[in-house]
Design a protein around this ligand. Sequence first.
Ligand SMILES: Nc1ncnc2c1ncn2[C@@H]1O[C@H](COP(=O)(O)OP(=O)(O)OP(=O)(O)O)[C@@H](O)[C@H]1O
Ligand SMILES: N[C@@H](CCO)C(=O)O
Length: 322
Amino acid sequence: MAVYTDITEQELGAFLREYDIGELLSYKGIAEGTENSNFLLHTTTTSFILTLYEKRVDPGDLPFFLGLMEHLAKRGVTCPLPVERNDGTLIGEVAGRPAAIITFLEGMWPRRPTAVHCRAVGEALAKLHIAGADFGMTRPNALSLEGWKTLWAGCHERADEVEPGLVAEVEADLSAISSAWPSSLPAGVIHADLFPDNVFFLGNELSGLIDFYFACNDLLVYDVATCLNAWCFERDHAFNITKATALLAGYQSVRPLQQEEVEALPLLCRGSALRFMLTRLYDWLNGPDGAMVQKRDPLEYVRKMRFHRQIRSANEYGLVQQ
Ligand SMILES: Nc1ncnc2c1ncn2[C@@H]1O[C@H](COP(=O)(O)OP(=O)(O)OP(=O)(O)O)[C@@H](O)[C@H]1O
Ligand SMILES: N[C@@H](CCO)C(=O)O
C-alpha cells in the first residue's frame, strides 16, 4: 500500500475547506502504487483522488505534472483533471506534504494484459506524444543517464547481495548504454511510467491514463521501450512477441516510427530496463519501509536487461516497418 503519510479527519477537513467539492462522506487510503500516498474521497458531489506527494516528487515539478494532465485532457487524452482550489490554485498542503485533488477515473488496470490491451496502449501512447507536442512547459528527465548514476551510487555497494555478479553486470551496462545513447531522435513530452497499473480499461476499451509523476521531456521512442518492457513480458519472464507486435502496431497506427527510432529501439529498451532495475534496486536496499509498501523486484528487470542485450534489431520485437 502506498500510504506513507496518514491523515486525520481534522487535517483532511481543514484541507477540504479550500475546495468547493461538497461535504466529505468518507475517505480511505488506496492499497496500490509505490511512490505517493493516495486516498479515495467520497463527497456529496462525487469521488476524487487525493494525492500527497512523497520523496521522489520534487514539489517544484507539480505545476508541470498537473498542467500536463489539464493540457492532455483538453486534447482528448483521457486522464484525471486536477481540481482547482477556491483561490484558483491546484496545490495545497496536508500533513506537511504537498497535496492535490484530481478527478476519479472509472476503470480497472489489466492484471493480465492481452494483445488487445497492448494495441490500445500503443495507440494511446502515440496520441499522448502528439497531444503533448504543444504543451508549454518542459521538465528534463531526472531518471535518465545522470539520474541512473546517482541511483547506482546509492546502492552499488550492496548490489551483489541481491544477486552475485550484479555489480559488474550493471557497471558494464551503464557504460555501454551511456556511450551509445542517442541524442538526436524526435523528442517531446513522455509519460515515462506507462505500466499496466497506470492504464485503466472498461472491458477491452481503454478508459484513461493515470500517474503522470515521472512525465518529462525525452526521446519519444524511449516511452515505447518502457511500454515494451512493462507490457510484453510474461510472468515466467518470457518475451511475448504477439503482444509486442500489437503494441508497436497500435503506436505506429497513430505515429509511425522514423528509421532512426527503429534502429535505436533495442538500445532504448536496454536503457529503460536498466532505469527500472535501478529504482527498484535502490528501494529494495534503502527502503521505503513504510507500512504495507510492496517492494518491486529488481531482478525482474535484470532479466529484461539480459534479454535486450542479445537483440540485434527491432524486427525481433515484432516491429513491422511502415
Ligand atoms: N484518477 C484516478 N482515478 C481512479 N483511481 C485512481 C486515480 N489515481 C490513482 N488511482 C488509484 O490509486 C492507485 C495508485 O495511484 P498511482 O499509480 O498514481 O500511485 P503511485 O504511488 O504514483 O504509483 P506508481 O507505483 O504506479 O508510481 C491506482 O492504482 C488507482 O487504484
Ligand atoms: N512502475 C514502476 C514503479 C513506480 O513508478 C516499477 O514497476 O518499477
